[in-house]
Write a protein that binds this ligand. Sequence first.
Ligand code: 6GU
Length: 259
Amino acid sequence: MRIDIISIFPEFFGVLDISLLGRARQAGLIDLDVHNLRDFTHDRHNTVDDTPYGGGAGMVMKPEPWGEALDSILPAIGDADAGTPEPAGGPVLIFPSPAGEQFTQAMARELANEPHLVFGCGRYEGIDQRVVDHFAARGRVRLVSLGDYVLNGGEVAVMAMIEAIGRLIPGVVGNPESLVEESHEDGLLEYPSYTKPASWRGLEVPPVLLSGNHGAIATWRRQQQIERTRLVRPDLLPAEDDADLQPPANSKARRAARG
Ligand code: 6GU
């Protein structure tokens, strides 16, 4: 997968050199480039923002540097001035914004199948709306929010999205099994995990986990998932009763239940 990021704080993304995603980049699974928006300005102060038309607090990011930066990254097809659409299957352009649709595991899964993602990190009170409108006419554009709270800029949000998407790219996470049985993959929170020692500070590991009975373990874990979800995130449960909540078709629980 190819990933381009446009930001006025390119140094911010240095952490993507390390850990799981750093290894994925070294292995050639992710080809990531960070671009400094100020490189696409032409005045001596490298100005990227200006006061809002109509008045109000804060500053708005100017359209021209964004236009030039995105033109330099998007494949040179269509006429930028005429707003000709990019061919289907072109990059997905993502603007992190608290005014966007909510980022979810389902969206991460969807985006992990894309060959090319472009992230445009806004700061201040946002980017001139015409940038979004212009590029939406040329290709696929999404405004995406992490959740209902406000960050100072898109950088931290993009970092979170890239981590969520990147680990779903085949080969990035060593053991694909570990992707199946975790929070949100099957619409439930994940079950609690334990390791040795069996007794620690007077707290015991639930005996079923030491029983060697894989069917009983799968059932217990499923119950824990449902119980946890009901307590903490009832909004994730189906509206009616959750009695028919089934493990995902290929899960350990389902296979254990089949014997
Ligand atoms: Cl994607 N951007 C900003 N600036 N704030 C946010 C957000 C994104 N998601 C939640 N808050």
